[in-house]
Design a protein around this ligand. Structure first.
Ligand code: SDX
Length: 441
């Protein structure tokens, strides 16, 4: 191993760690430094046939093998099924922590002491209300509007209520928007739900904790004070912890890319909500429930699996771009199912889900493609047991992921290496065509 040296951007390069690239078109060789197991794509631009060439570019559709940033927020090991937030294993955080404490950890990089946690909790709690105009804004949607569409719109609309949020270089102003986003997401989500139900909106109850207040805004009716079942509240808090961040997934990459234009954080988070909405991403938890309902009985599983293997549809809640053995979150959620079903009674779809998982894990088609249950496979069963309508499932993903998105956004803003995201392309279209008048076409 050669001597290690720190690169100007904080990377680690070892003198002998280089790649020698030979351009067989010219016979020239190029020494390209390896930093943290990567090469800088811009280093390839030196590889040319003639001086006027643009130089070699890397091509990586869907960024299958491209690091877009350096990050210290979340560590994933897809082969080993390891997930750590700021170095803390997800299993320990799910067992010992709360979502608000995890949100503090993601944003600040360290677990809070008692005083910091109290201050953080008070700040979040006192920012849960939204401007009254948001209610009339949400009332403008059809009664059956998808809550993710309403959340997407209302998060973006918050940027119009806090115009100074575009001062993203001001640490104090930035911090206040982080507090507001984490505090107000449950309120916006609950208002969207109440709109769908045709029920009056319930204002935040600042005497309840984060998950309990959310349940109150969802389900409080004529009682003077909503009393959340502590077991259900805790189960929801664990789900929030598990969904808080997941390094450079599709929605986080969207937040970073949109945020790189230096837009306000509400607009950047709205881009994350939009990406999460997709059925291949956060929308999968909704699709899992619809899939289980369609299968309806265990006897129908073989035919359904056959259809998946013929490529007619995907086994929703299975597979992952990073995890190729197991998604540690799915293991924890599956256990949380037992705690919730103790209170609510077993969800009949659980039996189909367990049988589906068993059959899939033994089937060569899935084993060969390393397809295992992901975070979305079991979470929907808990949400349904908590009486959440299927349309709210992805909203329940977006609420906690807000702390991950905003932590990654903060890291991107302060990263000296980052600038506006602007990928290149391989142009495959026509060139130099003369305009033809419509009469001659
Ligand atoms: C999340 O990235 C993250 O971190 C995301 C997330 C987070 O916390 O942010 O973890 C949250 O989005 C979890 C994933 C939820 N999505 C689903 O459950 C939808 C179903 N899963 C897939 O569509 C798929 O597995 C993805 C999108 C999750 C991953 O897709 P990849 O890595 O692009 O894999 P691929 O589509 O190239 O599939 C590889 C092969 C293909 O078969 P072949 O063409 O090689 O024959 O596996 C097959 C796919 O057809 N395949 C599936 C499958 N997933 C992949 N076949 C059946 N069912 C599936 N679910």
């Amino acid at each position: 191993m050669g001597t290690e040296e720190q690169t100007e951007t904080g990377g680690v390069a070892t003198a002998s760690e280089t790649l020698t690239i030979t351009d067989n078109r010219t016979g020239k060789t190029y020494e390209v430094p390896l930093e943290d197991g990567t090469i800088r794509a811009t280093a390839l631009r030196d590889i040319k046939v003639k001086e006027s060439d643009f130089g070699v570019m890397s091509y990586d559709p869907a960024f299958m093998n491209t690091a877009s940033c350096r990050s210290a927020v979340t560590y994933l090991d897809g082969e080993a099924g390891v997930l750590e937030y700021r170095g803390y294993p997800i299993e320990q955080l799910a067992e010992h922590s709360t979502y608000l404490e995890v949100a503090y950890l993601l944003v600040h990089g360290e677990l809070p002491n008692a005083k910091q946690l109290e201050e953080w909790t008070n700040k979040i709690t006192t920012h849960t209300f939204v401007h009254e105009n948001v209610k009339s804004f949400i009332q403008g949607f059809r009664y059956d509007a998808h809550p993710m569409g309403m959340l997407l719109a209302s998060v973006g609309a918050l940027s119009t209520f806090y115009p100074d949020a575009n001062q993203i270089k001001d640490p104090e102003i930035r911090y206040l928007q982080i507090i507001r986003l984490i505090a107000k997401m449950p309120t916006l989500a609950a208002f969207a739900y109440r709109h769908n139900m045709g029920q009056p909106y319930v204002y935040p109850d600042n005497e309840l904790d984060y998950p309990g207040n959310f349940l109150s805004m969802l389900f409080k009716m004529s009682e003077l004070k909503y009393e959340p079942d502590p077991r259900l509240s805790r189960a929801l808090d664990i789900l929030f912890i598990l969904h808080a961040d997941h390094e450079q997934n599709c929605s986080t990459s969207a937040v970073r890319a949109v945020g790189s234009s230096q837009v306000d954080p509400y607009s950047a988070v709205a881009a994350g909500v939009a990406a999460l909405y997709g059925p291949l991403h956060g929308g999968a938890n909704e699709q899992v429930l619809r899939m289980l309902r369609r299968i309806e009985r265990k006897e129908n599983i073989p035919d359904f699996i056959a259809g998946v293997k013929e490529g007619k549809e995907r086994l929703m809640g299975f597979g992952h771009r990073v995890y190729k053995n197991h998604d540690p979150r799915a293991t924890i959620i599956k256990k949380a199912c037992d705690d919730v079903f103790e209170v609510t009674g077993v969800n009949p779809l659980l039996e189909i889900a367990i049988e589906l998982e068993k059959i899939a894990l033994e089937d060569e088609y899935f084993v060969k493609r390393k397809l295992y249950p992901n975070v979305d496979f079991y979470s929907g069963l808990i949400y349904e047991a908590l009486h959440m309508p299927v349309g709210m499932f992805t909203v329940l993903f977006a609420i906690p992921r807000t702390s991950g998105w905003i932590s990654q956004w903060l890291e991107m803003i302060d990263d000296k290496e980052q600038k506006i995201a602007r990928p290149r392309q391989i142009y495959t279209g026509e060139r130099n065509r003369d305009y033809i008048p419509v009469s001659q076409r």
